[in-house]
Design a protein around this ligand. Structure first.
Ligand SMILES: C[S@@+](CC[C@H](N)C(=O)[O-])C[C@H]1O[C@@H](n2cnc3c(N)ncnc32)[C@H](O)[C@@H]1O
Length: 239
């Protein structure tokens, strides 16, 4: 008799994901996991910005038992931070090592190029691509493919100037997206009509965002001691 698949566990998924370099923290991985694991069988998640697959593995592990699909969108741009073809090779190796080849579908292109012509629905949207205002503005438009109540998880939401400005301009006054909660800079929104208090909670995060921007400025000025006064004890940007 075949053994039933074991229940998916965040701890096991995180142990695997944490072997892959990237920026996702455990609490942020858990927020993503909680949204993915509750999706119905056969669900699809669309991820913008996969890098070496740290977040992709969390999503893939959450969907594996239910026969779901993660569409991973990343052009693997050349650059100091994210690095070209070798990053794609690392991504593919990491997905294969996790046994997720049947779950993860890679679309190696820019989200901004794909967005106007995309016509496949999905159940959860994860935005962690380029963090400038214009790209995030375009990435937020992908939510039109979500069902009512579908989750939108955004990394660096309140730690990057471009992302937060796009949220203020395109989410704060929108009538189809509501802010729910965050783990550090990773925020969860939902495709639904927002209440006034949902909008006010976006505004209530602004002091924290300003603190993160100020910390980044001190880090650029190599003033780590001053950044420490703001409770940030790391050479890396807050996220
Ligand atoms: C912060 S990393 C993603 C990290 C990844 N989610 C993780 O957990 O490790 C950002 C990624 O976005 C990709 N990227 C940049 N512009 C993009 C775009 N327009 N569409 C999709 N991905 C993009 C970069 O190639 C890079 O791999």
């Amino acid at each position: 008799m075949n053994k039933p698949d074991p229940a998916p566990s965040f701890d096991a998924a995180w142990r695997r994901a944490d072997t892959i370099p990237g920026w996702l923290k455990p609490g942020q991985g858990e927020l993503l996991w909680d949204e993915a694991v509750r999706l119905p069988r056969g669900a699809t998640v669309l991820e913008i910005g996969s890098h070496q697959g740290r977040s992709t593995v969390i999503l893939g592990e959450a969907l594996r038992v239910g026969g779901g699909t993660v569409i991973a969108v990343d052009p693997f741009v050349e650059g100091r931070l994210f690095g070209g073809l070798s990053t794609r090779e690392k991504f593919e190796k990491n997905i294969a090592a996790a046994g997720l080849d049947d779950v993860v579908e890679l679309v190696a292109d820019y989200s901004t190029a794909l967005e106007p012509g995309w016509d496949r629905p999905f159940d959860l949207l994860y935005i962690d691509g380029k963090h400038d205002y214009w790209t995030v503005t375009s990435d937020l438009r992908w939510r039109r493919h979500l069902p009512e109540g579908g989750g939108i998880v955004i990394h660096d939401c309140y730690s990057s100037i471009g992302v937060t400005l796009a949220i203020l301009r395109h989410v704060l006054f929108a009538s189809d997206i509501a802010y729910e909660r965050r783990s550090d800079s990773q925020a969860l929104f939902r495709r639904r009509r927002p209440k006034l208090r949902d909008r006010l909670r976006i505004l209530a995060e602004l002091p924290w965002w300003l603190r993160n921007v100020v910390v980044k400025v001190f880090l650029r000025l190599r003033l780590r001691g001053v950044a420490r006064l703001f409770g940030h004890d790391s050479p890396y940007d807050p996220y």
